[in-house]
Design a protein around this ligand. Structure first.
Ligand code: URA
Length: 213
């Protein structure tokens, strides 16, 4: 893993990078795209949960009594940002099946440019949990910044943000607005184009996951 800044983790693991290349191909169809998003997310989740605390317990194997480790204390919640973030839920719940899942849906009012929260349902005990926010693409950063602000109102123990591809513009804004949030991504791409797409990116992640193009 290559750490570019105290709070930014760019995952350069060969398996993640290989799968990311397959994900970017314009001819990768929805079925394979969904599977790749899930696999990449699972590999990223493995790293993003590296700091979970352990406690020692005594167990009995078929051979002997032994001391062994289990994850202690800190509980997790994943919060996909609608809609594309839903594509990442399968990957994280395969690794952490006991985690709770919240959802946040936002759009920007075209006149006021204020974020409008059209859906938000978070676990009732989120204040006892570490939250990992999921969105495959960090473009301008606006949605991620607003979603994290909404989640912060509920006072979770801490918040991490996980995306697959980030644009430098969005990354800078996110770090500026939420310097306390650790960010995990598989690639920091070149820039945003005039239509707000990440270059080279992979196109519209939601459309490619749900086959809506
Ligand atoms: N959202 C996407 O799905 N793709 C982009 O390139 C930018 C934002």
């Amino acid at each position: 893993m290559n750490m570019e800044n105290d709070n930014l983790f760019i995952m350069d693991h060969p398996l993640i990078q290989h799968k990311l290349t397959l994900l970017r191909y314009k001819n990768t169809g929805s079925k394979e795209f969904r599977e790749l998003v899930s696999e990449i997310t699972m590999l990223m989740c493995y790293e993003a949960t590296r700091d979970l605390p352990l406690k020692e317990v005594e167990i009995e194997t078929p051979v002997a009594i032994a001391k062994s480790n289990v994850i202690s204390g800190r509980k997790l919640a994943f919060v996909p940002i609608l809609r594309a973030g839903i594509g990442m839920v399968d990957g994280v719940t395969k690794l952490v099946p006991a985690a709770k899942i919240g959802h946040v849906g936002l759009y920007r009012d075209p006149l006021s440019l204020e974020p409008v929260e059209y859906y938000s349902k978070l676990p009732s005990d989120i204040n006892e949990r570490e939250v990992i926010v999921l969105d495959p693409m960090l473009a301008t950063g606006g949605t991620a910044i607003d979603a994290i602000s909404i989640i912060k109102r509920e006072k979770p123990k801490c918040i991490k943000f996980m995306c697959i591809i980030a644009a430098p513009e969005g990354m800078k804004e996110l770090i500026k607005c939420h310097p306390d949030v650790q960010i995990y991504c598989a690639s920091l791409d070149k820039c945003l184009n005039e239509n707000g797409y990440i270059v080279p990116g992979l196109g519209d992640a939601g459309d490619r996951i749900f086959g809506t193009k």
